[in-house]
Ligand binder design. Sequence first.
Ligand SMILES: Cc1ncc(COP(=O)(O)O)c(C=O)c1O
Length: 388
Amino acid sequence: MTAVYLDHAATTPLRPEARAAWLAAQDIVGNASSIHGGGQAARRVLEESRERLAVVLGCDAVEVVFTSGGTEAVNLAVKGLWWSRPDGADTVVLPDGEHHATLDAVRWLVAHEGAIVKPVRLDGVGRIDASGFADALPGAALATALIANNEVGTVQDAAAMARAAGDAGVPLHLDAVSAFGHLPVSFRQWRADAVGAAGLVALSVSGHKVGAPVGVGALVVSRQSTPTPLQHGGGQQRGLRAGTQDVAGAAAFAVAAELAEHEREAEARRLDDLRDALARSIRSSLPDAEVLGDPVERIPGNLHVLFPGASGETLLFLLDQAGISVSTGSACQAGVPEPSHVVLALGRTEREARSVLRFTFGRTSTGADLTRVVAALPEAYARAAAAR
Ligand SMILES: Cc1ncc(COP(=O)(O)O)c(C=O)c1O
Protein backbone atom coordinates (compact mmCIF):
# COMPACT_ATOMS: atom_id res chain seq x y z
CA MET A 1 0.00 0.00 0.00
CA THR A 2 1.36 3.45 -0.82
CA ALA A 3 2.22 5.74 2.05
CA VAL A 4 -0.10 8.57 3.02
CA TYR A 5 1.94 11.74 3.29
CA LEU A 6 0.36 14.31 5.60
CA ASP A 7 3.47 16.30 6.46
CA HIS A 8 3.50 18.85 3.63
CA ALA A 9 4.44 21.64 6.04
CA ALA A 10 7.76 19.90 6.71
CA THR A 11 8.49 19.54 3.02
CA THR A 12 6.31 18.99 -0.03
CA PRO A 13 7.04 16.80 -3.07
CA LEU A 14 9.13 18.24 -5.88
CA ARG A 15 6.99 19.55 -8.73
CA PRO A 16 7.84 17.91 -12.08
CA GLU A 17 8.08 21.35 -13.74
CA ALA A 18 10.57 22.50 -11.08
CA ARG A 19 12.59 19.32 -11.57
CA ALA A 20 12.69 19.93 -15.33
CA ALA A 21 13.79 23.55 -14.86
CA TRP A 22 16.47 22.44 -12.38
CA LEU A 23 17.86 19.79 -14.75
CA ALA A 24 17.85 22.15 -17.74
CA ALA A 25 19.76 24.80 -15.80
CA GLN A 26 22.29 22.23 -14.55
CA ASP A 27 23.31 21.66 -18.18
CA ILE A 28 24.47 25.25 -18.60
CA VAL A 29 28.24 25.31 -18.16
CA GLY A 30 29.23 28.61 -16.67
CA ASN A 31 29.40 30.62 -13.49
CA ALA A 32 26.76 33.36 -13.52
CA SER A 33 29.51 35.87 -12.67
CA SER A 34 31.73 34.90 -15.63
CA ILE A 35 32.04 37.16 -18.64
CA HIS A 36 32.11 34.48 -21.35
CA GLY A 37 29.07 33.17 -23.23
CA GLY A 38 28.44 30.24 -20.85
CA GLY A 39 28.54 32.57 -17.85
CA GLN A 40 26.17 34.99 -19.53
CA ALA A 41 23.76 32.15 -20.40
CA ALA A 42 23.73 31.16 -16.71
CA ARG A 43 23.28 34.80 -15.70
CA ARG A 44 20.26 35.15 -18.01
CA VAL A 45 18.50 32.15 -16.44
CA LEU A 46 19.38 33.41 -12.96
CA GLU A 47 18.13 36.96 -13.51
CA GLU A 48 15.00 35.80 -15.31
CA SER A 49 14.27 33.53 -12.33
CA ARG A 50 14.85 36.39 -9.90
CA GLU A 51 12.45 38.53 -11.95
CA ARG A 52 9.76 35.82 -11.98
CA LEU A 53 10.05 35.17 -8.24
CA ALA A 54 9.89 38.92 -7.60
CA VAL A 55 6.57 39.11 -9.47
CA VAL A 56 5.12 36.37 -7.24
CA LEU A 57 6.47 38.00 -4.05
CA GLY A 58 5.36 41.51 -5.04
CA CYS A 59 8.81 43.10 -4.91
CA ASP A 60 11.53 44.32 -7.28
CA ALA A 61 13.95 41.77 -8.72
CA VAL A 62 16.91 43.54 -7.10
CA GLU A 63 15.26 42.95 -3.72
CA VAL A 64 15.34 39.13 -4.10
CA VAL A 65 18.44 37.66 -2.43
CA PHE A 66 18.69 33.93 -3.06
CA THR A 67 19.82 31.84 -0.09
CA SER A 68 20.25 28.16 0.75
CA GLY A 69 16.76 28.08 2.31
CA GLY A 70 14.50 29.54 4.95
CA THR A 71 16.90 29.11 7.85
CA GLU A 72 19.64 31.10 6.13
CA ALA A 73 17.17 33.78 5.05
CA VAL A 74 15.88 34.19 8.62
CA ASN A 75 19.43 34.31 10.03
CA LEU A 76 20.50 36.90 7.48
CA ALA A 77 17.49 39.04 8.36
CA VAL A 78 17.65 38.74 12.14
CA LYS A 79 21.43 38.94 12.62
CA GLY A 80 21.97 41.29 9.67
CA LEU A 81 19.39 43.78 10.94
CA TRP A 82 20.82 43.52 14.45
CA TRP A 83 24.37 44.25 13.27
CA SER A 84 23.20 47.24 11.24
CA ARG A 85 21.00 48.68 14.02
CA PRO A 86 21.18 52.30 15.11
CA ASP A 87 23.37 53.12 18.11
CA GLY A 88 21.68 52.53 21.42
CA ALA A 89 18.98 50.17 20.12
CA ASP A 90 19.37 46.90 22.01
CA THR A 91 15.97 45.20 22.02
CA VAL A 92 14.48 42.63 19.67
CA VAL A 93 10.70 42.34 19.48
CA LEU A 94 9.96 38.62 19.39
CA PRO A 95 6.51 37.05 19.60
CA ASP A 96 6.24 33.71 21.40
CA GLY A 97 5.97 30.56 19.30
CA GLU A 98 8.32 31.60 16.47
CA HIS A 99 10.09 28.98 14.34
CA HIS A 100 13.40 27.74 15.75
CA ALA A 101 15.31 29.48 12.93
CA THR A 102 14.21 32.79 14.42
CA LEU A 103 14.13 31.75 18.05
CA ASP A 104 17.65 30.34 18.02
CA ALA A 105 19.08 33.24 15.97
CA VAL A 106 17.67 35.68 18.56
CA ARG A 107 18.88 33.50 21.45
CA TRP A 108 22.33 33.62 19.89
CA LEU A 109 22.17 37.43 19.77
CA VAL A 110 21.15 37.44 23.42
CA ALA A 111 24.02 35.15 24.43
CA HIS A 112 26.75 36.72 22.28
CA GLU A 113 25.69 40.29 21.50
CA GLY A 114 23.79 41.45 24.57
CA ALA A 115 20.44 41.67 22.79
CA ILE A 116 17.41 42.04 25.04
CA VAL A 117 14.21 40.29 24.02
CA LYS A 118 10.87 42.06 24.25
CA PRO A 119 8.48 39.11 24.11
CA VAL A 120 4.97 39.41 22.70
CA ARG A 121 2.36 36.96 23.96
CA LEU A 122 0.05 34.76 21.90
CA ASP A 123 -3.58 34.26 22.82
CA GLY A 124 -5.13 30.82 23.33
CA VAL A 125 -5.45 30.17 19.58
CA GLY A 126 -2.00 31.50 18.66
CA ARG A 127 -2.75 35.06 17.58
CA ILE A 128 -0.06 37.65 18.29
CA ASP A 129 -1.31 40.33 20.70
CA ALA A 130 -1.44 43.31 18.30
CA SER A 131 -1.29 46.04 20.93
CA GLY A 132 1.47 44.19 22.82
CA PHE A 133 3.42 44.07 19.55
CA ALA A 134 2.95 47.78 18.86
CA ASP A 135 3.81 48.70 22.48
CA ALA A 136 7.09 46.74 22.33
CA LEU A 137 8.32 48.48 19.18
CA PRO A 138 9.53 51.99 20.13
CA GLY A 139 13.33 52.14 20.23
CA ALA A 140 13.79 48.47 19.22
CA ALA A 141 16.70 47.38 17.02
CA LEU A 142 14.36 45.15 15.05
CA ALA A 143 11.15 43.15 15.17
CA THR A 144 10.54 39.74 13.66
CA ALA A 145 7.37 37.65 13.34
CA LEU A 146 5.82 34.71 11.55
CA ILE A 147 3.06 35.49 9.06
CA ALA A 148 1.50 32.13 9.89
CA ASN A 149 2.49 29.72 12.62
CA ASN A 150 4.03 26.62 11.08
CA GLU A 151 2.77 24.34 13.88
CA VAL A 152 -0.74 25.39 14.83
CA GLY A 153 -1.40 27.17 11.53
CA THR A 154 -2.73 30.46 12.95
CA VAL A 155 -2.43 33.37 10.50
CA GLN A 156 -1.35 36.77 11.82
CA ASP A 157 -2.27 40.24 10.62
CA ALA A 158 0.93 40.90 8.66
CA ALA A 159 -0.30 44.24 7.31
CA ALA A 160 -1.00 45.56 10.82
CA MET A 161 2.43 44.47 12.10
CA ALA A 162 4.13 46.11 9.10
CA ARG A 163 2.18 49.35 9.66
CA ALA A 164 3.01 49.39 13.37
CA ALA A 165 6.72 48.86 12.64
CA GLY A 166 6.67 51.62 10.02
CA ASP A 167 4.97 54.02 12.46
CA ALA A 168 7.53 53.20 15.17
CA GLY A 169 10.48 53.56 12.76
CA VAL A 170 11.62 49.98 13.47
CA PRO A 171 12.81 47.48 10.82
CA LEU A 172 10.58 44.39 10.61
CA HIS A 173 11.38 40.93 9.28
CA LEU A 174 8.46 38.64 8.42
CA ASP A 175 8.98 34.89 8.19
CA ALA A 176 6.75 33.93 5.27
CA VAL A 177 8.14 30.39 4.90
CA SER A 178 4.93 28.66 6.02
CA ALA A 179 2.62 31.24 4.41
CA PHE A 180 4.16 31.50 0.95
CA GLY A 181 2.23 29.49 -1.63
CA HIS A 182 -0.79 29.18 0.70
CA LEU A 183 -1.73 32.76 1.58
CA PRO A 184 -1.46 36.08 -0.27
CA VAL A 185 2.04 37.50 0.20
CA SER A 186 2.93 40.94 -1.14
CA PHE A 187 6.07 42.63 0.06
CA ARG A 188 5.21 45.88 -1.75
CA GLN A 189 1.71 46.07 -0.33
CA TRP A 190 2.83 45.49 3.25
CA ARG A 191 5.67 47.95 2.89
CA ALA A 192 3.36 50.53 1.30
CA ASP A 193 3.82 53.67 3.43
CA ALA A 194 7.11 52.78 5.09
CA VAL A 195 10.10 55.01 4.55
CA GLY A 196 13.83 54.29 4.73
CA ALA A 197 14.98 51.29 6.72
CA ALA A 198 11.80 51.10 8.82
CA GLY A 199 8.63 49.03 8.49
CA LEU A 200 8.72 45.76 6.58
CA VAL A 201 12.28 45.52 5.23
CA ALA A 202 12.87 41.76 4.96
CA LEU A 203 10.76 38.68 4.21
CA SER A 204 11.91 35.04 4.20
CA VAL A 205 10.70 32.26 1.89
CA SER A 206 11.87 28.71 1.19
CA GLY A 207 11.73 26.64 -2.01
CA HIS A 208 11.02 23.18 -0.65
CA LYS A 209 7.76 24.32 0.93
CA VAL A 210 6.28 25.09 -2.51
CA GLY A 211 7.63 22.20 -4.60
CA ALA A 212 11.18 23.32 -5.43
CA PRO A 213 14.16 21.26 -4.22
CA VAL A 214 15.52 21.55 -0.68
CA GLY A 215 18.47 23.94 -0.58
CA VAL A 216 17.12 27.12 -2.13
CA GLY A 217 15.26 29.99 -0.52
CA ALA A 218 15.25 33.75 -0.61
CA LEU A 219 15.24 36.81 1.57
CA VAL A 220 13.45 39.81 0.12
CA VAL A 221 15.48 42.82 1.27
CA SER A 222 14.09 46.30 0.65
CA ARG A 223 16.32 48.49 -1.51
CA GLN A 224 16.33 50.93 1.39
CA SER A 225 17.73 48.42 3.87
CA THR A 226 21.30 47.17 4.16
CA PRO A 227 21.51 44.40 6.73
CA THR A 228 25.07 43.35 7.54
CA PRO A 229 25.88 40.16 5.57
CA LEU A 230 26.60 36.85 7.29
CA GLN A 231 29.24 35.84 4.78
CA HIS A 232 31.81 37.72 2.73
CA GLY A 233 33.37 36.96 -0.63
CA GLY A 234 32.65 37.79 -4.25
CA GLY A 235 30.13 40.54 -3.55
CA GLN A 236 27.23 38.81 -5.30
CA GLN A 237 23.61 39.87 -4.66
CA ARG A 238 24.27 43.45 -3.51
CA GLY A 239 27.05 42.09 -1.29
CA LEU A 240 24.33 40.69 0.99
CA ARG A 241 25.00 37.06 0.18
CA ALA A 242 28.43 36.41 -1.29
CA GLY A 243 29.00 33.12 -3.09
CA THR A 244 28.60 31.61 -6.55
CA GLN A 245 24.89 31.61 -7.24
CA ASP A 246 22.79 28.47 -7.55
CA VAL A 247 21.24 29.04 -10.97
CA ALA A 248 19.43 25.70 -11.11
CA GLY A 249 17.96 26.17 -7.63
CA ALA A 250 16.78 29.67 -8.55
CA ALA A 251 15.19 28.42 -11.79
CA ALA A 252 13.36 25.60 -10.00
CA PHE A 253 12.21 27.94 -7.21
CA ALA A 254 10.80 30.48 -9.67
CA VAL A 255 8.84 27.82 -11.57
CA ALA A 256 7.49 26.21 -8.37
CA ALA A 257 6.53 29.58 -6.85
CA GLU A 258 4.65 30.65 -9.99
CA LEU A 259 2.70 27.39 -10.09
CA ALA A 260 1.92 27.54 -6.36
CA GLU A 261 0.63 31.10 -6.75
CA HIS A 262 -1.37 30.22 -9.86
CA GLU A 263 -3.10 27.32 -8.05
CA ARG A 264 -3.28 29.00 -4.66
CA GLU A 265 -6.94 29.94 -4.30
CA ALA A 266 -8.43 26.76 -5.77
CA GLU A 267 -5.94 24.64 -3.87
CA ALA A 268 -6.71 26.44 -0.60
CA ARG A 269 -10.39 25.52 -0.96
CA ARG A 270 -9.57 21.90 -1.78
CA LEU A 271 -7.12 21.51 1.11
CA ASP A 272 -9.50 23.19 3.54
CA ASP A 273 -12.20 20.72 2.53
CA LEU A 274 -9.87 17.78 3.25
CA ARG A 275 -8.77 19.36 6.53
CA ASP A 276 -12.34 20.13 7.62
CA ALA A 277 -13.44 16.58 6.82
CA LEU A 278 -10.64 15.21 9.00
CA ALA A 279 -11.54 17.63 11.79
CA ARG A 280 -15.20 16.57 11.64
CA SER A 281 -14.28 12.91 11.75
CA ILE A 282 -11.98 13.44 14.75
CA ARG A 283 -14.65 15.42 16.59
CA SER A 284 -17.28 12.73 16.09
CA SER A 285 -15.16 9.62 16.65
CA LEU A 286 -12.67 10.95 19.24
CA PRO A 287 -14.55 13.45 21.41
CA ASP A 288 -11.62 13.88 23.82
CA ALA A 289 -9.40 15.25 21.05
CA GLU A 290 -9.25 19.01 20.57
CA VAL A 291 -8.35 21.02 17.49
CA LEU A 292 -5.88 23.80 18.37
CA GLY A 293 -5.12 27.08 16.63
CA ASP A 294 -7.46 29.69 15.15
CA PRO A 295 -10.58 27.94 13.80
CA VAL A 296 -10.88 30.36 10.85
CA GLU A 297 -7.65 32.26 10.19
CA ARG A 298 -5.33 29.32 9.55
CA ILE A 299 -3.05 27.95 6.86
CA PRO A 300 -5.07 25.93 4.32
CA GLY A 301 -4.66 22.21 4.86
CA ASN A 302 -3.26 22.54 8.40
CA LEU A 303 -4.94 20.63 11.22
CA HIS A 304 -3.32 20.63 14.64
CA VAL A 305 -4.84 18.31 17.23
CA LEU A 306 -4.36 17.72 20.94
CA PHE A 307 -4.91 14.06 21.91
CA PRO A 308 -5.20 14.18 25.71
CA GLY A 309 -3.57 11.28 27.54
CA ALA A 310 -1.48 10.14 24.57
CA SER A 311 2.10 10.92 23.61
CA GLY A 312 2.35 12.66 20.25
CA GLU A 313 5.56 10.74 19.55
CA THR A 314 3.85 7.40 20.18
CA LEU A 315 0.92 8.37 17.99
CA LEU A 316 3.29 9.47 15.25
CA PHE A 317 5.12 6.15 15.47
CA LEU A 318 1.89 4.09 15.37
CA LEU A 319 0.55 6.04 12.39
CA ASP A 320 3.89 5.63 10.65
CA GLN A 321 3.56 1.87 11.12
CA ALA A 322 0.18 2.16 9.39
CA GLY A 323 1.90 3.98 6.49
CA ILE A 324 0.77 7.47 7.45
CA SER A 325 3.34 10.27 7.83
CA VAL A 326 2.44 13.10 10.19
CA SER A 327 4.38 15.36 12.55
CA THR A 328 4.35 16.50 16.13
CA GLY A 329 5.46 19.84 14.70
CA SER A 330 8.03 20.37 17.40
CA ALA A 331 11.75 19.90 17.43
CA CYS A 332 13.74 16.91 18.53
CA GLN A 333 16.85 18.00 20.43
CA ALA A 334 19.61 15.36 20.40
CA GLY A 335 17.04 12.63 19.72
CA VAL A 336 14.86 13.62 22.69
CA PRO A 337 11.38 14.90 21.76
CA GLU A 338 10.72 18.35 23.17
CA PRO A 339 7.32 19.60 24.27
CA SER A 340 6.09 22.02 21.61
CA HIS A 341 7.09 25.57 22.59
CA VAL A 342 4.21 26.79 20.41
CA VAL A 343 1.61 24.78 22.32
CA LEU A 344 3.15 26.00 25.61
CA ALA A 345 2.81 29.56 24.29
CA LEU A 346 -0.95 28.97 23.87
CA GLY A 347 -1.08 28.54 27.65
CA ARG A 348 -1.18 24.74 27.61
CA THR A 349 0.60 22.41 30.04
CA GLU A 350 3.83 20.58 29.26
CA ARG A 351 1.90 17.31 29.19
CA GLU A 352 -0.49 18.76 26.60
CA ALA A 353 2.45 20.15 24.62
CA ARG A 354 3.70 16.56 24.29
CA SER A 355 0.29 15.26 23.15
CA VAL A 356 -0.16 16.99 19.82
CA LEU A 357 -0.03 16.02 16.16
CA ARG A 358 0.09 18.19 13.07
CA PHE A 359 -1.60 16.95 9.89
CA THR A 360 -0.77 19.01 6.81
CA PHE A 361 -2.40 18.30 3.46
CA GLY A 362 -0.76 19.45 0.22
CA ARG A 363 -0.70 19.30 -3.56
CA THR A 364 -0.57 15.50 -3.80
CA SER A 365 -3.18 14.85 -1.06
CA THR A 366 -6.39 13.09 -2.04
CA GLY A 367 -9.68 11.91 -0.54
CA ALA A 368 -8.14 8.43 -0.35
CA ASP A 369 -5.50 9.80 2.05
CA LEU A 370 -8.28 11.20 4.21
CA THR A 371 -10.07 7.83 4.27
CA ARG A 372 -6.88 6.06 5.39
CA VAL A 373 -6.07 8.45 8.22
CA VAL A 374 -9.68 8.52 9.43
CA ALA A 375 -9.65 4.71 9.56
CA ALA A 376 -6.30 4.45 11.36
CA LEU A 377 -6.62 7.17 14.00
CA PRO A 378 -9.04 5.65 16.55
CA GLU A 379 -6.96 2.51 17.08
CA ALA A 380 -3.69 4.48 17.12
CA TYR A 381 -5.11 6.87 19.72
CA ALA A 382 -6.42 4.04 21.91
CA ARG A 383 -3.06 2.25 21.80
CA ALA A 384 -1.07 5.45 22.42
CA ALA A 385 -3.27 6.37 25.39
CA ALA A 386 -2.91 2.85 26.83
CA ALA A 387 0.88 3.01 26.43
CA ARG A 388 1.30 6.17 28.48
C1 LIG B 1 8.10 29.07 9.48
C2 LIG B 1 9.41 28.49 9.07
N1 LIG B 1 10.50 29.27 9.03
C3 LIG B 1 11.70 28.80 8.64
C4 LIG B 1 11.85 27.49 8.26
C5 LIG B 1 13.20 27.00 7.81
O1 LIG B 1 13.22 26.80 6.41
P1 LIG B 1 14.27 25.79 5.71
O2 LIG B 1 13.77 24.39 6.01
O3 LIG B 1 14.17 26.11 4.25
O4 LIG B 1 15.60 26.06 6.27
C6 LIG B 1 10.75 26.63 8.29
C7 LIG B 1 10.88 25.20 7.93
O5 LIG B 1 10.21 24.33 8.47
C8 LIG B 1 9.48 27.14 8.70
O6 LIG B 1 8.38 26.38 8.74
